[in-house]
Design a protein around this ligand. Structure first.
Ligand SMILES: *[C@@H]1O[C@H](CO)[C@@H](O)[C@H](O)[C@H]1NC(C)=O
Ligand SMILES: *[C@@H]1O[C@H](CO)[C@@H](O)[C@H](O)[C@H]1NC(C)=O
Ligand SMILES: *[C@@H]1O[C@H](CO)[C@@H](O)[C@H](O)[C@H]1NC(C)=O
Ligand SMILES: *[C@@H]1O[C@H](CO)[C@@H](O)[C@H](O)[C@H]1NC(C)=O
Ligand SMILES: *[C@@H]1O[C@H](CO)[C@@H](O)[C@H](O)[C@H]1NC(C)=O
Ligand SMILES: *[C@@H]1O[C@H](CO)[C@@H](O)[C@H](O)[C@H]1NC(C)=O
Length: 274
């Protein structure tokens, strides 16, 4: 059976190839880390071993040589860089860390947009970008990351609507976009989930001035405003009518004064002089 032998040889060759591939650096992870370290700034030098030589080989099996990185099978599968006073932006090349399951960059001062390229992280289960200064939209493309369990974007400066598409994420169990600048209606697919999908209460949506709909309470701030407007209109119209009637009285007084003066004149003209 020559074919059998050939198959066995091929299998051994494949195994050898795979084991060497996992032992050496992954070019995608290297791209990812190189670009990320360039786009972020680290004013307190917290990431001392984030150097180009480490990027070339950040993992050895389970061992990571990088602060904040966790490895599995020679690939980075978890990045956790929280509360490190990091500034700068999130590189779109982060999407080259294709084995990433958890990305936590929370509690820093990162600015700029959330790159839509994160959609290529098809294994991503946890995305925590909370407590930063991220702006721009919540990318609808995140709906492509079918394994997403956690989307925590609270305390940023994100604007625009909550994308309807995120309602498609069936595994989502934590969704928090509170304290941003989001606007528009909360999609029912996220605000009022049906079946046995985990539901999210008002605390997930609070602190966004332009956001409305269930489960947020019907516009408290708007009611407050309209009460103010009613009081304002009342006071304003009261003042206007007061001014108008005062002016009316003045004019009437003047006219009657004029009249009586005229009449007095006439009378004095008619009266014979003594
Ligand atoms: C990299 O830095 C982290 C924390 O600063 C440290 O725990 C880790 O041991 C360092 N790794 C290497 C290989 O120096
Ligand atoms: C964040 O880092 C600062 C300074 O290193 C530290 O004082 C603070 O306790 C940290 N906060 C959390 C929540 O870990
Ligand atoms: C790395 O990421 C960039 C930005 O998303 C993308 O253009 C490029 O195709 C990616 N490279 C690979 C090898 O996937
Ligand atoms: C995201 O990170 C913040 C700050 O590090 C933490 O308090 C919060 O619990 C995290 N979110 C989730 C859903 O784990
Ligand atoms: C939520 O969904 C249920 C079932 O579809 C519906 O009966 C209910 O009216 C919805 N509630 C709101 C506030 O939209
Ligand atoms: C809202 O949901 C959060 C997170 O799931 C939970 O901690 C909190 O107790 C809930 N609040 C209410 C009022 O149900």
């Amino acid at each position: 059976m020559g074919i059998w032998g050939l198959q066995q040889h091929l299998a051994v060759a494949l195994l050898l190839f795979l084991s060497t591939a996992t032992a050496t650096a992954d070019p995608n992870d290297e791209q990812c880390l190189t670009h990320l370290s360039q786009s972020l700034t680290d004013p307190f030098n917290n990431l001392q071993n984030w150097t180009q030589t480490t990027f070339a080989s950040p993992c050895q099996g389970l061992t990571s040589f990088l602060h904040g990185a966790t490895c599995n099978n020679g690939r980075i599968y978890k990045l956790s860089l929280t509360n490190l006073s990091l500034k700068g932006t999130i590189s779109p090349f982060l999407s080259n860390c294709t084995n990433l399951q958890s990305l936590d960059l929370s509690s820093n001062q990162i600015t700029g947009p959330i790159p839509p390229d994160l959609q290529f992280l098809v294994n991503l289960a946890v995305l925590n970008l909370s407590s930063n200064r991220l702006s721009g939209p919540v990318p609808q493309q995140l709906a492509s990351c079918a394994y997403l369990n956690v989307i925590d974007l609270h305390d940023n400066q994100l604007s625009g609507p909550i994308p309807l598409q995120l309602g498609l994420l069936a595994r989502l169990s934590v969704f928090d976009v509170s304290n941003n600048r989001l606007s528009g209606p909360i999609p029912a697919s996220l605000g009022n989930r049906t079946g046995n999908l985990p539901r999210f209460n008002a605390s997930s949506y609070e602190g966004n001035k332009g956001l409305f709909g269930y489960p947020l309470a019907p516009m408290k701030s708007k009611e407050g405003l309209s009460i103010m407007a009613i009081v304002g209109i009342g006071l304003g119209s009261g003042l206007v009518s007061l001014v108008l009637s005062f002016a009316g009285v003045c004019i009437w007084l003047r006219v009657t004064e004029q009249k009586s003066a005229d009449e007095e004149g006439k009378i004095s003209q008619l009266m014979p002089e003594y």
